[in-house]
Design a protein around this ligand. Structure first.
Ligand SMILES: *Cc1c(COP(=O)(O)O)cnc(C)c1O
Length: 393
């Protein structure tokens, strides 16, 4: 009997073998936009999907397909498809399954761009959006039981790293015949596999941890084959296609995903514990802290608590303005999940699309700092935070 390889072995090997043309040990980057055929019957069979092959780059590309195959195997899914960005994965998935008059149930704490889709774009299409208090599972279950087409979850959330119970809400969705979609960007398949918890579709901003080097944009979606085919069809026509160079960079990044995540989990835990002892810190949010709202659920459904935490400093936005520029080992930037530590307040990162009032309604104070731990030495990162706090007036 063949054992399923461990996720670290998959990160290195999975999905690549069929794409290693010319004896290459690394997946070639195929930039060709179109694929030529001398045999008209063969061309036709590829075009109608009767035979494997490629026709046109908006539809499929071998380098991109190798990446799709890797995430498919790492999430244990039937099929996978890809997009130009994480937001394209989200918008194309929602657009595939929602029609005017349908209802989608989600949480208030989704990623800022996702929240904009819920508050601005879906209502324009006459789609009902019900956003529940994140972590209020009774309210979620009640909203789902009223009937809906899609249950959309994100856990841990951005930026306050709240946890929702995937197994529990996927079960509620199943009862009313709704699809459960989970944004697994923060956890990655190393820390969490939502399909094994009952979710139907799992998506990623590959721009973040999967790529891991802040040099490529991409989105990925995995799930049952017939659902993935529907979303793929929407994407191939609407055109939010991932480029081959981005796919290659993400593929290369994913070879070290397990090593990076192990280190980032450990660094985030140590930093969260340190921040709790710091006088200038008002609150620390990290699911690895026993006092965290979702710690027990996280322990159940995750293998590690992730590389992202957030904390609120006393003195709000004024303190943030003084404090962040003093950090030596952190990019002050909008992304997360990179090998370098990345910091920023929500109003310029995850929730830049929202107004201050919208952020306040979501419980995101203007002085909240999101901290995405890199793979540096934990002692150096803590020392860096200490010197920055010490230099505050
Ligand atoms: C960044 C992010 C997205 C959007 O991904 P892009 O690649 O920037 O479009 C979606 N969800 C989460 C949780 C994210 O952090």
């Amino acid at each position: 009997m063949k054992n399923e390889p461990n996720i670290s072995t998959q990160a290195v090997w999975a999905g690549e073998r069929d794409y290693l043309a010319f004896g290459a040990t690394q997946v070639p980057v195929v930039h060709s936009v179109a694929y030529g055929y001398d045999d008209m019957d063969e061309w036709y069979e590829v075009a109608i999907g009767k035979r494997p092959g490629h026709i046109y780059g908006r539809n499929t590309n071998p380098t991109v397909q190798a990446l799709e195959e890797k995430i498919r195997l790492m999430e244990g899914a039937g099929a996978a498809t890809s997009f130009s960005t994480g937001m394209a994965a989200i918008s194309n998935t929602l657009a595939t399954f929602l029609r005017p008059g349908d209802t989608v149930v989600s949480i208030k704490d989704t990623y800022g761009g996702t929240n904009k889709i819920f508050l601005e774009f879906l209502p324009q299409l006459n789609i009902n959006v019900v956003l529940c208090e994140t972590g209020d599972h009774e309210a979620m279950e009640a909203a789902i039981a009223k009937g809906c087409k899609v249950v959309y979850l994100e856990t841990p959330t951005n930026p306050t790293v709240k946890i929702v119970d995937i197994r529990r809400l996927a079960a509620a969705a199943k009862k009313v015949g709704a699809l459960t979609v989970v944004d697994n960007t923060f956890a990655t398949p190393v820390n969490q596999n939502p399909l094994q918890l009952g979710a139907d579709l799992v998506l990623h901003s590959a721009t973040k941890f999967l790529g891991g080097h802040a040099d490529a944009l991409g989105g990925l979606l995995v799930g049952r084959k017939d659902w993935i085919e529907q979303v793929y069809h929407y994407r191939e026509i609407n055109g939010a296609t991932m480029g081959p160079m981005d796919a290659y960079l993400i593929l290369r990044g994913m070879k070290t995903l397990h090593l990076r995540i192990e280190r980032q989990n450990a660094n985030a835990q140590k930093i969260a514990e340190y921040l709790q002892t710091e006088d200038r810190v008002e609150a620390v949010h990290y699911p690895g802290l026993p006092g965290h709202q979702g710690h027990d659920i996280a322990k159940e459904q995750m293998r590690g608590f992730g590389g992202v935490l957030s904390f609120a400093v006393k003195g709000g936005v004024e303190t943030v303005r003084d404090f962040l520029p003093k950090l030596q080992y952190a990019n002050r930037a909008a992304n997360l999940g990179a090998v370098e530590t990345t910091v920023g307040p929500s109003r310029t990162t995850s929730h830049v699309e929202c107004t201050p009032e919208e952020r306040a309604r979501m419980g995101i104070p203007e002085g909240l700092i999101r901290y995405s731990a890199g793979i540096e030495d934990a002692g150096d990162l803590i020392g860096d935070l200490q010197q920055a706090f010490a230099s505050l007036a």
